[in-house]
Design a protein around this ligand. Structure first.
Ligand SMILES: Cc1cc2nc3c(=O)[nH]c(=O)nc-3n(C[C@H](O)[C@H](O)[C@H](O)COP(=O)(O)OP(=O)(O)OC[C@H]3O[C@@H](n4cnc5c(N)ncnc54)[C@H](O)[C@@H]3O)c2cc1C
Length: 396
């Protein structure tokens, strides 16, 4: 590892925040190497799109279906993303289901306030657009879980599951709390919190403080039902007066659903995603879904029996809600899948932005868990990546 010249940065996680960091570093003139490490098959994280090699027209935004910008000033990367055709304004109608039957068109929740945008051609194009802006200095490694961290001679080392060396860099950035939060012990049965273990000998009070606060961040889960309707079945869905329905507290309690997004496909079909409430997801946390990345990482055998039960419960809820507009709705024969998000939304207050940059240890944090405008949303992820790039550039 060269001691002089531009410093290298290893970014763990290629969600919106990690990709935004890489893009903004480039825009600010950083010419040093940036490596990106991601367990998923591509960029996007919770703002990604499910696609199929065998079905080119299929795309389901199974996490965030859109992003909303609420701050006074736009994120700096917004215009380049729009200009590059990676993002587009979302012009659909948001509606709220109040109680058990009243529909209020145009009534947004916190995820629908401000200016609305979506990835052009799928939410995963947001991450891809950011990486396009980041240019060729970024060396992205997908399908790779960083399991252990250490620091030797002032250089961060990233290790895989078999303790094989994956990479090294002068600066380490976590764009997810996974390696810094005790939940990894519960999910994966790890006996350590990787960054905490690696940081212990550094005796950096700022980093220790950040780690203490990160350990206290709680998250909400979601169990989402993904439905794909053929062109005939999709027709009445495509004619609905809204593209995104969110349920008020009473309706959520009644049906166990929080949101329903209707996503027309180019070939006449339609994808529908029913987002469960936090309470429903908490009751079914151990049912991952056949396509879950966590289940794959844990090499868990599919538990189709339990998955079927969750899918059936969510299907009934979806049929009942949408039965208000689509009488005699029967989704029993449709293609349905479960997508469980164990940590869908961080809960406030998150990590104060003063602690996102720990220069003494050469560690940075970005992600929607950083307190500030857009906390818990795509907007916050974008802004945190931009902000960290500025902090890092002052040092590298
Ligand atoms: C169902 C759902 C609906 C949502 N709806 C909305 C919405 O309508 N509007 C909105 O603004 N936001 C919404 N959100 C939230 C939004 O998706 C997130 O705020 C945003 O995508 C977070 O981006 P991020 O980069 O901070 O984190 P992430 O997207 O979580 O990215 C972190 C990445 O790091 C990777 N990673 C973590 N640890 C490791 C490791 N050790 N090794 C390798 N890779 C690792 C993960 O695989 C992940 O890809 C929704 C989220 C969900 C789940």
């Amino acid at each position: 590892m060269p001691r002089s010249g531009p410093k290298s940065i290893a970014v763990i996680g290629a969600g919106v925040a990690g990709c935004a960091l890489a893009a903004q570093l480039r825009r600010l003139g950083h010419r040093g190497p940036v490596s990106l490490w991601e367990t998923g098959r591509g960029p996007g994280g919770r703002a990604s799109t499910r696609r199929s090699r065998h079905d080119a027209a299929l795309r389901i935004d199974h996490g965030a279906p859109l992003l909303n910008i609420t701050g006074d000033a736009d994120p700096l990367l917004l215009q380049p993303l729009l200009a590059g055709g990676w993002l587009e304004p979302w012009s659909g109608v948001i509606a709220q289901l109040q109680g058990e039957s009243t529909l209020k068109l145009g009534q947004a929740d916190a995820l629908g306030l401000g200016q609305l945008y979506r990835g052009a051609g799928g939410m995963d194009h947001l991450g891809q657009g950011l990486l396009h802006l980041a240019g060729e200095n970024v060396d992205a490694h997908y399908g790779t879980l960083v399991r252990f961290l250490s620091i030797e001679d002032g250089v961060w080392q990233l290790w895989g599951r078999e303790r094989e060396l994956l990479g090294q860099a002068h600066w380490l950035v976590l764009s997810s709390t996974l390696l810094a939060h005790p939940r990894s012990r519960m999910i994966f049965g790890w006996d350590d919190v990787p960054l905490k273990q690696a940081a212990a000998p550094l005796a950096d009070l700022q980093l220790d403080h950040a780690l203490t606060l990160i350990a206290g961040i709680r998250t909400e889960a979601r169990s989402n039902l993904l439905v794909v309707l053929d062109a005939v079945a999709a027709a009445p869905w495509r004619a609905l007066p809204f593209g995104l329905l969110h349920l008020d507290a009473a309706a959520q309690q009644h049906w166990g659903l929080q949101r329903i997004t209707v996503q027309p496909l180019a070939d006449g079909r339609c994808a529908v995603v029913a987002h469960s409430t936090q309470a429903f997801a908490a009751d079914h946390l151990d049912v991952y879904g056949t396509h879950s990345a966590v289940a794959r990482m844990l090499q868990l055998p599919p538990d189709e029996g339990r998955e079927d039960i969750v899918v059936a419960a969510l299907t009934i809820a979806l049929e009942q809600v949408m039965g208000l507009w689509l009488p005699r709705l029967d989704l029993g024969q449709t293609d349905r899948q479960l997508m469980r998000w164990g940590a869908a939304f961080p809960l406030a207050p998150g990590l104060p932005s003063e602690l996102m940059f720990c220069p003494r240890s050469r560690v940075g944090f970005c992600g929607d868990f950083i307190a500030g405008v857009g906390f818990g949303r795509v907007e916050g992820a974008l802004r945190s990546g931009e902000q960290l790039a500025h902090e890092l550039l002052a040092f590298t």
